[in-house]
Design a protein around this ligand. Sequence first.
Ligand code: NAD
Ligand code: MN
Length: 823
Amino acid sequence: MNVMEIFKSMEYGPAPEAAAPGLTWMQEHAPFGLFINNQWVKPGSGQYMESINPATGRPLAQIASANSADVDAAVAAARAAFETWSKTPGHIRARYMYAIVRHIQKHSRLLAVLESLDNGKPIRETRDIDIPLVARHFYYHAGWAQLMASELPGYEPVGVVGQIIPWNFPLLMLAWKIAPALAMGNTVVLKPARYTSLTALKFAEILQEIGLPPGVVNIVTGEASQVGEALVRHPDVNKIAFTGSTDVGRSIRRATAGSGKKLSLELGGKSPFIVFDDADLDSVVEGVVDAIWFNQGQVCCAGSRLLVQENIAGRLIEKLRVRMEHLRIGDPLDKAVDIGAIVSPGQLKEIQRLVNQGVEEGAVMWQPSWACPTEGYFFPPTLFTNVSPATTIAQVEIFGPVLVSMTFRTPNEAVELANNTRYGLAASVWSENINLALDVAPKLKAGSVWINCTNLFDASSGFGGYRESGFGREGGKEGLYEYVRPKWESSTPATADDFHIVKDSTLPNSSRSSAHEKEVGEASHEEDVEPGSTNGFRPAFPSIDRTPKMFIGGKQVRSDSGYSRDVYDPGGHVVGQVGEGNRKDIRNAVEASHAASGWAAGTTHNRAQILFYIAENLAAREEEFARRIVQQTGRSYSDAVSEVEASISRLFSYAAWTDKFEGVVHRPPLRGAVLAMPEPIGVTAIACPEAYPLLGFISLVAPAIAMGNTVVVIPSQTSPLSATDFYQVLETSDLPGGVVNIVTGDRDTLSQVLADHDDVDAMWYFGPAEGCKRVELASSGNMKRTWVNYGHPRNWSDPVQGEGKEFLHESTQVKNIWIPYGE
Ligand code: NAD
Ligand code: MN
């Protein structure tokens, strides 16, 4: 080609980044061992696996394939290191992290080359996106290490963390996992994905260089069935952080159920890319390129569903095809290549299979006229039109460069279509009308919403899913809570069976009541207490028979079964009866709870007012509620009064928090802002603790509804009457029907129905350890969020344990809305 010809065609010449530094580094190190205790060790199995270059299909290096004994060794190293690392001052941890990031920056070119060679992604992306974001993540979290003591008082590290990452952003996912873990004082065993371990091994070398204390980070390469499963099941691992597919996430949820391991899951997605008719279509086209052809579409939050307003669909699709003709596919190390190779032959086959299925299902497939390289694993950018929303390609995550498009007419239809998937990772909204875009953003079920932009990430802004895209956040302050736990937990001994007898000594003036005590301390109340409602005395005459109803959709209703169950005092005397709730009652309650979802859309001022009003109405009936507690528990009257007063105070606390637990505005390095908004999780099922019949109920229900959730509550199984009395307070407090639903009966039978229910978004369970395990197991059905106590007692009367931010975090999930500025 001569200059004239080049001038005419404006064709790119080759612009290869040199592979040599990467190849040399591999030659010097291969075969790669495992990184345990800052040493390179041979795998116990003696087995190695090959890492290949997907752009050529040829092997790059031999990598150790660990077995469960190797995992044991790594966990032991991390456990030993935890002793010191967890006590290392934040400033010192920050210095180590600063050293790590400076070395990453020094080696950035090598890391970018290695990542492109191993994963097949274009060097333009590894050099300009992956590696800079890795550095940013370590800087940001070095800052949190420095600030932990002042900004997270009352929290401590969780311990040894097992981290399992996918192949699509190998070093970036490592950074997202390791940086917050180290910042918060944990130690780590990390398993890279089988196809892409090389940059993690280069990272290990950096840790050696900077002299990170041995055992703080251990890197164990190998197969999922060996290393991954061993880590998940390891009894000495305190937390699993996983990024990968929803199916594997679900199996990890099941495998860890009841173990007490903390868990965060970043799973798959089928994110909508919504284009309104007033959007700037040229920007939209570039947005689509970034949404679905970035990293060959192997992006969990890829905008893989293009939803276009009908009247502009034809024009947009036409522009898009023109652009697709100009995309350049080929050698990932070529700096002018847009699309690299698919990570593995298996992944390539899976993409092809789903594309074939789309064609069979009747959608129209379009690909550019040019051909892909024949060596290596390449797949052309692909666009489907005429897609109907229920088909496989519209619902299943393809994880490849395949875009499916659908149309809508109205904003409401757009929201409905956008949310019509089991996932909820991300969404982007394109419109020049800021009112429209900001009206739609809160309605989308997604952890990240990008307005007139897409696939933007920053360490300051948390990332993570709604619904079956997982739970927990990475990045932002919210991400830190995945790596800490309240300090009081480790100072309270855990026993499985004394759970419902959190000692009354925790309340002021308390003890199991006895006649003597009463004589001494409570004389003034003695005459207030009706005979028959207090300790050991039986009524001399029958009271009017009254079986409290259940409370569903704002109405008092009888149990579906028609049966009731007896409620006893500690002396074994029947003090009342409540309805025996069943499956049908739970279904009705869940339905009512959904129907009340407008609660979340109201103002926080309104919710606060109602919570204050509930407190006011409870205060007016303080004595009656105290007597009821005495009657059910046999505790002293003064004890019971303290419980009622603590409940009133707690209602005030959450009335206060309602309009104060707000989001933040992040300032990532771009012209724009990110609004991090805590949103309610939705329908929340709550199984109350047995002790503190009133305070246990209030402590859980109040934060949930303060944050906009609607609830289905199973009150204390042994002492349900305080909760059933409470619906009369709710009825007089302007609380909309369906926000709080109360179903009495057998805690574990009812909990099982709730945990299995696909329309329940979160479940909290405070009961015995086996019950916690059953709830966590069943939650994997729709990946509902769970909060259980693993049989640990909690002192509900202590404000540190019984109220505050922990409850508010459990009641919310953060949505990050990205709003770039400027023309
Ligand atoms: P994958 O679930 O197959 O594997 C992820 C990791 O888990 C790998 O390291 C694998 O070896 C390991 N693993 C597999 N089975 C395991 C088991 N039973 N026990 C323990 N570990 C096991 O996913 P993948 O194919 O590597 O990655 C693609 C998926 O990851 C996509 O679904 C994508 O959406 C998701 N992903 C999500 C995010 C996010 O942040 N939400 C980011 C990147 C990728
Ligand atoms: Mn590879």
